[in-house]
Ligand binder design. Structure first.
Ligand SMILES: [Zn+2]
Length: 180
């Protein structure tokens, strides 16, 4: 079994310029998602040192269960030909859905803001040779903490955990129909 690398506690401002720029963009996406009433997770794709796509989780906004930040970011990137020389940045450790896409497309490196609020699918990526760096930053963790406290059911739904079923609206019985 692959060993999860220890979290890196270097402050974001002390990381290399690409990491700083990309993670700040991912955090801006996460904040935008929060401000839209969605789940505060942002993702950025860098290819050959340039940001080529950025998005945030829009599952709530679009009513789309697979509109995770990383998936939507890859969709936003369009056809790149190859994912060689790409790095995917995400404010949160990718889940199995997103890790599956990372492995499938051969994205060689993933940098995450934090994995404290959700362990994600780190092992799946490591087992497939993805280089994985956890920056262990406070800001994305705080965004998630606030969100999980405010919207526990919404978060449970995001990661496929059971939520209390909302009773479906029942149709009005015939006897309640107004008389013609
Ligand atoms: Zn995901």
């Amino acid at each position: 079994m692959s060993q999860i690398p220890p979290a890196d506690s270097t402050p974001l401002e002390d990381t290399d310029p690409q990491t700083l720029t990309a993670m700040e963009a991912a955090l801006a996406e996460a904040r935008q998602g929060r401000d839209e009433g969605g789940i505060p997770i942002g993702s950025v794709l860098v290819k050959d040192g340039q940001i080529v796509a950025r998005r945030h989780n829009r599952r709530v906004q679009q009513g789309d269960p697979v509109a995770h930040a990383e998936i939507d970011c890859l969709r936003n990137a369009g056809r790149l030909g190859s994912f060689q020389n790409t790095v995917l940045y995400s404010t949160l450790m990718p889940c199995y859905l997103c890790a599956g896409a990372i492995v499938q497309f051969g994205i060689p490196k993933v940098v995450v803001g934090e994995a404290r609020s959700f362990p994600g699918a780190a092992e799946l990526m490591l087992e497939h040779g993805v280089e994985l760096i956890d920056l262990d930053l406070e800001e994305p963790a705080a965004l998630m903490r606030d969100f999980m406290e405010r919207e526990p059911a919404l978060w449970a739904e995001d990661i496929g955990e059971a939520v209390e079923a909302t009773p479906a609206a029942r149709p009005e019985s015939d006897t309640d129909q107004p008389q013609r």
